[in-house]
Write a protein that binds this ligand. Structure first.
Ligand SMILES: [Zn+2]
Length: 401
């Protein structure tokens, strides 16, 4: 079987080994790259659809591998992650005949097919749109578009919660005694980290330039982190562990005006931090009180309004609320550390940054209120007494014990 294909491969090897690459002219070498990519596309697409059939027929079993990707990695001497990506794409393509055809006739590269399939599998009505986009934009832009499609099709609050749950910051010392860090967090929190580092990094870059030094941006980013840590340490020791100061963070959030009004995105609407990625609308509005936001209100693809929103709560008001709410305001919660300012009536519902509408909550309760549908309900008391609250679970969590 496949004698014709095998002959072609043998022939291909013969022809390619005859090429003396050192004497090929520059322009021809560039053409050669294009031809080699065509060969690669043909091979990649055939391998992908063949893997799909191996999976459907279970023919990888019985050869000692625990999974089809392990089998593929051994069979083709490729790394596990590559094998896993091929297996995933093969499975997705079974449901996406148009994308599969585009991959097989060479219109799509493997990387493009991965992005189109990733979006089309969760939102099938976007397949044609993503295929068209693939013809005109870079793989990177295609990936951004796909991320928006995926964000629009999955429950944003649930996704955000899952990512937040899996957050970490790990540090370890390598064999060469170097200190290493690695972390994972929501895009919104990541943007806050980068917004705090970027101005310092730029400052370090500028003064390095002046003195004639040229180093990598990542090196300056590491320096910026050190500067930030030094500042935090000196501040603490000079103020005796006084209250934390927020970095003067600036983020650009792009959001569809309707999504902002509604409180969540629907069918392909955008709510994202520019250059970082999609975030839940609830998170975007929650940040309005925490950082200076440049809110770019988007209508379709045209930016309609550029609203600079200095949403920081005025200092005297903040102090007054901090004085009033010394513990988390959820009944029976007595956490006093790391309290966060919450708009009782959310910003997107027209809630103001006022003494009445602000309340301090611990981090956990703030998250529950912002993302899980918990509510803080005012209990009517006689005039002049302290205000008290009831903490209400969302309807689907009630009466379940
Ligand atoms: Zn609490």
């Amino acid at each position: 079987m496949f004698d014709e294909l095998k002959d072609i491969v043998t022939q291909l090897r013969e022809v390619t080994s005859r090429i003396e690459i050192d004497v090929v002219a520059g322009k021809d070498a560039a053409e050669l790259v294009g031809i080699a990519d065509e060969i690669r596309r043909a091979g990649d697409s055939l391998r992908t659809v063949a893997v799909g059939q191996v999976e459907r027929t279970n023919s990888w079993k019985g050869e000692g591998a625990k999974s089809i990707s392990e089998w593929l990695a051994t069979e083709t001497d490729c790394p596990q992650y590559e094998a896993q990506a091929v297996v995933l794409l093969a499975a997705q393509l079974q449901h996406l005949p148009v994308t599969q055809a585009a991959l097989r006739n060479g219109t799509l590269s493997n990387a493009q097919a991965v992005e189109v399939a990733r979006g089309a599998i969760v939102a099938p009505n976007t397949e044609t749109q993503l295929l068209n986009l693939a013809k005109h934009v870079t793989v990177r832009d295609l990936r951004d578009a796909t991320s928006r499609v995926v964000a629009g099709a999955t429950d944003e609050a649930e996704r955000h919660k899952q990512i937040h749950k899996s957050r970490y910051l790990k540090s370890w010392t390598d064999l060469d005694a170097s200190f290493n860090v690695r972390g994972r967090m929501t895009a919104a929190n990541g943007a806050l980290v980068m917004a705090a580092l970027k101005p310092i990094q730029d400052e370090i870059f500028r003064s390095a330039r002046k003195s004639g030094a040229h180093e990598r941006p990542e090196a300056y980013a590491a320096d910026a982190l050190m500067t930030l840590c030094e500042k935090a340490t000196t501040k603490q020791s000079s103020e005796g562990g006084g209250k934390a100061t927020r970095p003067n963070a600036v983020m650009n959030i792009r959001i569809d005006i309707d999504a902002l009004k509604r409180g969540r995105t629907e069918n392909g609407e955008i709510c994202e931090i520019a250059g970082v990625g999609p975030i839940p609308v609830a998170t975007a509005t929650a940040y309005l009180g925490e950082a200076f936001l440049k809110l770019l209100v988007v209508d379709g693809v045209d930016i309609k309004t550029v609203a600079h929103m200095g949403r920081a709560i005025p200092a005297p008001l903040r102090t007054a609320v901090e004085e009033r709410d010394r513990v988390c305001q959820v009944p029976t919660c007595d956490i006093t550390i790391g309290l966060e300012m919450d708009h009782i009536k959310p910003f997107y519902e027209g809630g103001a940054a006022s003494f009445e509408n602000l309340v301090r909550l611990c981090e956990r309760h703030h998250l529950q209120k912002t993302h899980d549908g918990y509510r803080l309900v005012k209990i009517e008391t006689e005039a002049g007494t302290e205000r008290t609250w009831a903490w209400r679970a969302p309807p689907d969590l009630r009466n379940t014990g």
